[in-house]
Design a protein around this ligand. Structure first.
Ligand code: GTQ
Ligand code: FE2
Length: 363
């Protein structure tokens, strides 16, 4: 195409714009950003939130902010400065603070959620009539449109990680919310039904009807069972990226526990040097125990217990453990199930033995 043809095409596009705009149409304009990029070009930034900074702020939140009525919550949202909304393009992670005697009143919403308990005990959560204790390291699910409320019957402030796929639901304009008619919902006669039926993960009551495809009937994944599974998996050949890694599963079909978010536990052992990888989708890590290093897009995060960090879409990252630092346990959430369901998942691994390097921490 000659230059003059290109020029006249640009002029023609511009000349058309006003007429098209009147009827709410447009053609691609010369100065529009391209429709496609060769690969994801995310504005989300890698970030490391340190417990040393979060802890005192959470105490202030607990002391100075009201929990609210009508289904409101007292939460600290982990907010990504590269995004207009959310921790990542798909989900929002928050730390919820609840005081002894408080009730986080019942409501339901289309966004699915889970709680991973960080500190404290004595609270319970009721999800669609099922009631589960919340102790450190437990994972409890809130499927879409499930009624849920939290009641703290213990004697000390409790905090837990909430993650909701609200960024995705919001981008699809599919947000619904409804407060319950009372502060709390009634609890079923068998309060922990799904865990009693399916919680062993290896056996289930016979001849129960098949649940709807993709629907995970199990609501609670207690810490002791998860850590036992992780100890068992430590006898497998190490994963080149994550050393020892297990996904919380739907025990009925073996798939991920939720439709949008995948939750995982990692055990990284002393001296482990992970291979670098990048993946479609975004990830958040919470450090349950230990300390180590993760390099994300050239930034070095030296993390320890209580810290959070995020990996943006299609960003190289690798974990490294010092030989003398002992083992670490990380909780991870990512949006792989959504990417898989839509056919968008991809990943790329760096050649084994190549390291991203260990730059100074600059977060
Ligand atoms: O506990 O139901 O962090 O509805 C954000 C929205 C927690 C909850 C959050 C919520 C909840
Ligand atoms: Fe909620």
């Amino acid at each position: 195409m000659s230059e003059s043809t290109t020029m006249s095409d640009a002029a023609a596009r511009q000349a058309l714009q006003a007429d098209l705009a009147r009827v709410y149409c447009r053609v691609h304009q010369p100065d529009d950003p391209p429709l496609f990029t060769r690969e994801p070009n995310s504005t989300m930034v890698p970030l490391h939130w340190r417990w040393s900074e979060l802890g005192p702020l959470l105490d202030r939140l607990g002391a100075e902010i009201a929990i609210g009525s009508g289904g409101q919550r007292r939460t600290l949202r982990l907010s990504n400065p590269g995004l207009p909304y959310g921790t990542t393009p798909t989900f929002w992670a928050s730390i919820q603070v609840i005081q002894p005697g408080e009730v986080a009143e019942a409501h339901r919403h289309t966004a699915s959620a889970f709680r991973f308990i960080m500190q404290g005990s004595g609270a319970t959560t009721t999800v669609n009539g099922e009631n589960y204790p919340m102790n450190e390291g437990d994972l409890v699910l809130t499927p879409p449109w499930a009624w849920h409320d939290h009641v703290h019957g213990g004697s000390q402030q409790m905090i837990w990680l909430d993650v909701l796929d609200i960024s995705l639901v919001r981008s699809m304009h599919a947000v619904f919310f409804e407060p319950f008619t009372g502060a709390t919902q009634p609890v079923d006669a068998v309060p922990d039904h799904s865990y009693r039926a399916l919680g062993s993960g290896i056996m289930r009551p016979p001849r129960v009807g098949a649940p709807a495809p993709g629907f995970n009937p199990l609501l609670a994944y207690p810490a002791d069972r998860a850590l036992t599974a992780l100890d068992l998996a430590a006898g497998l050949a190490p994963d080149p990226f994550d050393d020892v890694v297990l996904e919380y599963q739907n025990p009925v079909d073996g798939g991920p526990a939720m439709k949008v978010m995948s939750m995982k536990l990692l055990k990284l052992r002393a001296g482990f040097q992970g291979q670098a990888r990048r993946q479609v989708g975004s990830k958040l890590y919470y450090v349950c125990k230990g300390q180590g290093t993760t390099v994300v897009a050239g930034r070095r995060f030296d993390w320890k217990a209580g810290d959070f960090f995020v990996v943006p879409p299609w960003c190289w990252h690798e974990h490294a453990m010092h030989a003398a630092s002992g083992e670490a346990v990380l909780f991870q959430v990512d949006d792989t199930p959504a990417m898989d369901a839509l056919g968008y998942y991809r990943e790329q691994a760096a050649a084994a033995g190549t390291s991203l390097g260990h730059h100074k921490e600059n977060a």
